[in-house]
Design a protein around this ligand. Sequence first.
Ligand SMILES: [Zn+2]
Length: 259
Amino acid sequence: MKCRLCGSVKLRPYYHQGSQRQYLFYRCLHCKLVNLDLKNVDIISNQQKYPEQFSPPANYEMEISAGKAYEFIVKYVPVKGSYLEIGCGNGALLYFAKKDGWIVKGLELSPVLAHFVKEKLAIDVDVQNFLETEYQAEQYDLISLRHVLEHLPDSLLAMKKIYLLLKKNGYAHFEFPNIESLSHRLQRFREKFGFKKKYSVNYFPAHCNEFCKYSFKYLLSKSGFKLIRWETYSSKFFSNLIYNHIHIGTKARAIVQKI
Ligand SMILES: [Zn+2]
């Protein structure tokens, strides 16, 4: 097996998941990407199970995580214009951006979610896999992917597509799990000493690649982007007071710029 980001064959087993410990994750010694071994894993049908969990928001103003994501964007993206969210889900982030004056558009794999967002928020959403889109190049000032990047086997291809869709000096915004977070480290530590996490027999991994700051920066360096801002966070308020100073939060968010 080769690292899906840098091609190195120097990978070491990092952790297992699944009721039979049948899902193996390897860490690349060169770029530090954590790669799920996709042999015998049907990642596409695993990912298609997500929209079934959809429940419509009662009040978009109360969509806290999307509101926080938009605050982060406002703080570090100095322009306002055209905005694409890839994997827009229930449309909560686009809701905040549209209200603030952005011209917004969404892409969604789920027709159910896309229809819901169009009807509820009057936002244009295409049902499409962005890796297969043939859109006109250089049309967006900002592109967001929240908890999408880690699901895509070929992250370099994803970044190349985002690069083409962005205008000159355009920005991209990402959220994904931080594999170097304190909780991930503790879990790996516990597993090492035999305290095995229990998984249901139906558990399946949906993340192909897990990033830390190092591997994310490596991805940017290979795809024509520079890092503007990296933060880690959690959904717990008090933890965030700490994570503002020490970057060990369970999730990462970043703003990057096309160069
Ligand atoms: Zn690598």
